[in-house]
Structures are given as structure tokens and as C-alpha cells.
Design a protein around this ligand. Structure first.
Ligand code: ACO
Length: 327
């Protein structure tokens, strides 16, 4: 059976750091409140001349450089994002242009903070089918550009960044994507959204008047959902392959809030050393968060070939899902 194996990973974040103390100057908040409620100390914020494709393209270049793959051998570029450069064309097409991957198909996939999980499932199944061999799977979001910087309940949570992997088809191996579960519940669409700019409320039309042009989030509802969703997706994906949490070498959850990560860790009964956490340094980078985590875990020597990693994400939609990958 053909498997979709991770051959390289990369990450890219803005240089500009915004600390909690910087935020104290913008809104009525404090470093201590943010740390206690979220675990976040600082986040990266892009400049006006940096966009989703800036970071996604950087990741794509790293993936080619690290793997030695020629750009002409890339068959597919999938970018998980809800903050692409423009409503259209896709950010994946900008990435294709940046690396000159002229033989690749390219598309974006919108599953908010679960964007990387969904993108892995989408690209992985095409690699496993044998239709394609090499796929760049990238998660990127630049939520700092969509946040209301006067709303303390949301602006402290988010940061910008991208990460990604090269998935390559390989036979006769037990490495690669082992299982994915993808879940959603559109009844919760109103809990987190960005109203303006789509076909429902197009900009500069009467329909758009009074509509929000910033992220809206019902924090308490999202929190309740997140705690349930993380445990739900992890238990389902483990059950489907007949594994238990003991079989997992590293858990790389979506980095939204340390308390949500701790709740998932407790539900799974995992020891703290098996859980990767960097929410303190980046905040919630949405679709970027899981691949940034994978990349940093590998760089730190916590993720080595043959190890089994469980990733899980949740976000606006509502959507959630989990992947088990043999690294
Ligand atoms: N600084 C100080 N006080 C604040 C701040 C702040 N930054 N933000 C809110 N508060 C206040 C509130 O106004 C409230 O005050 P009140 O009691 O006088 O009304 C109080 O703090 C408590 O607010 P809560 O909302 O109850 O705080 P909670 O402990 O629930 O934490 C948080 C809020 C961190 C937002 C939490 O609800 C959370 O993490 N939610 C999930 C967010 C998330 O994971 N989103 C990911 C999906 S996003 C996507 O997919 C794009």
C-alpha cells in the first residue's frame, strides 16, 4: 500500500514580536491576565508588506531546499488558510508562482484553525491513491490583520505564522499518515466568524453596512467546544486504528490556549513530556499552529523518524479533526 510520508517540514513567522506588555498599551489588559487565561506571553505580528503568501512561500522554499526536490516535481500545493492574500486567486497559486512549480495543481482549503489537519487529509489521500507523488501541504494565517485591536477579548489571542510539510508517496513503508478524522458542525458557525468581504456581505454594498469587519468570537462557547472537540477527535482517531494514548510518542495539538491543551492532555491521560507546547511564544496562529509545532518539535529532537505523532485542531465552522502520523 502506498503511504504519504513526511519528507521535510518548514516554518516561517514574522520577525516582529508583540508582547503582552505591548498589548497593555493598546487595551485594558495585563500580562498576568493573559498568561493565566491563555498561557500566551508573546506573538508574532506581520508588517503591512507581509501577507499569507510571504510566509507560505517561505515555507515552500524551505521544503524544496531541505528535501532536495526539484520544483518541477511538485504535483500539488495545498494551503490551509482563512486569511489568504485575497478572496481569489488562491494563496496556493501565489506560492506556486514564488517557487516556479509549473507542474503543480494548487488550491486553498478553508478550515480555520483545523486547516492543516484538513489539508493533510486532502493531499494525503491523493498521494496515497498514487495519482500524485509530491505534495506541499502548508498551513498559514495572518489573523493580526483581521483582529480588532481595540477588543481585548480577541486581540490578545492571535498571532501570525506558517508551517508545512512535503508529503511524498512511498511503497513498502509503515511511515506516513496513518489515519485522519474530519468533523464539523455548521450549527456553530455563528460562534466565530468574519462577516465582511464574502458574497453574503460584499464590501461597499448596502448589505455590508453595520456588518463586522473584524473577527467575532464567542470566547466562552468556543472554549467549551474546544475542550470537547480536542478530546473527541483524538479518541475517535485512536479508536479507528485500534491504538491507545500510550502508543503516541508526541502530541502536537492546535495551540490556542494552554488551558484547552491541558484539558485534552488530561482527557488522554498523557504525561506533560509527550505534549508539545509553544502557545506561549506564538499565540494562536490558526492553520499555522500545528505545522509550526511539528517543525519546532523536530528541530528540538522531540520528533524523529518512526515516532508516532498525534495532531488535533479545532476552529471556526465549527470544525475539528485529528491526524495520526508515523513520522
Ligand atoms: N484582559 C483582561 N480582561 C479580559 C480580557 C483581557 N484581554 N479579555 C476578557 N477580559 C475580561 C472579560 O471582559 C470578563 O470580564 P467581566 O467578567 O467583567 O465581564 C472577564 O475577563 C472574564 O472573561 P471570560 O470570557 O469569562 O474569560 P475566560 O476565562 O473564558 O477566557 C478566553 C477568555 C481566553 C477568550 C477563553 O474563552 C478562550 O480561550 N476561548 C477560546 C478561544 C479559542 O480557542 N479560539 C480558537 C478558535 S479561533 C479560529 O478558529 C479562527
Amino acid at each position: 500500500m502506498r503511504r504519504a510520508v513526511v519528507k521535510a517540514c518548514g516554518m516561517s513567522v514574522p520577525n516582529q514580536v508583540m508582547t503582552n506588555h505591548d498589548l497593555e498599551k493598546l487595551v485594558d489588559t495585563s500580562h498576568d491576565w493573559i498568561v493565566q487565561r491563555t498561557g500566551i506571553h508573546e506573538r508574532r505580528v506581520s508588517r503591512p508588506d507581509e501577507f499569507a503568501s510571504t510566509f507560505a512561500g517561505d515555507v515552500a522554499r524551505q521544503l524544496l531546499r531541505k528535501s532536495g526536490l526539484d520544483a518541477q516535481d511538485v504535483d500539488l500545493i495545498v494551503v490551509g488558510t482563512v486569511t489568504g492574500d485575497m478572496p481569489f486567486p488562491s494563496t496556493a497559486c501565489y506560492v506556486q508562482e514564488m517557487i516556479g512549480a509549473w507542474n503543480a495543481g494548487a488550491y486553498d482549503l478553508g478550515a480555520a484553525c483545523a486547516g492543516f489537519i484538513y489539508a493533510m487529509a486532502s493531499a494525503g489521500s491523493q498521494v496515497e491513491s498514487g495519482h500524485i507523488r509530491n505534495a506541499l501541504v502548508i498551513g498559514v494565517d495572518v489573523l493580526s490583520k483581521f483582529v480588532d485591536w481595540t477588543d481585548r477579548s480577541t486581540c490578545v489571542l492571535f498571532g501570525d505564522g506558517a508551517g508545512g510539510v512535503l508529503l511524498q508517496g512511498e511503497d513498502n513503508t509503515d511511515r506516513g499518515l496513518e489515519r485522519t478524522v474530519l468533523l464539523s458542525d455548521g450549527r456553530g458557525a455563528h460562534h466565530i466568524n468574519f462577516e465582511m468581504g464574502g458574497s453574503r456581505y460584499p464590501v461597499n454594498t448596502p448589505h455590508a453596512e453595520g456588518r463586522r469587519h473584524h473577527i467575532f468570537m464567542n470566547g466562552a462557547e468556543t472554549y467549551r467546544f474546544a475542550v470537547h472537540a480536542m478530546g473527541d477527535a483524538c479518541c475517535r482517531v485512536l479508536d479507528e486504528v485500534g491504538l491507545t494514548p500510550d502508543d503516541i510518542d508526541l502530541f502536537v495539538p492546535h495551540q490556542a490556549n494552554l488551558r484547552i491543551i491541558d484539558a485534552a492532555r488530561e482527557r488522554l491521560g498523557l504525561p506533560a513530556e509527550k505534549v508539545f507546547v509553544n502557545v506561549n511564544r506564538y499565540g494562536n496562529t490558526s492553520a499555522g499552529s500545528i505545522p509550526i509545532g511539528l517543525c519546532e518539535a523536530e528541530a528540538a529532537g522531540r520528533l524523529k523518524p518512526g515516532m508516532r505523532v498525534l495532531t488535533v485542531g479545532f476552529g471556526a465552522g465549527l470544525v475539528w479533526g485529528a491526524n495520526i502520523i508515523k513520522w
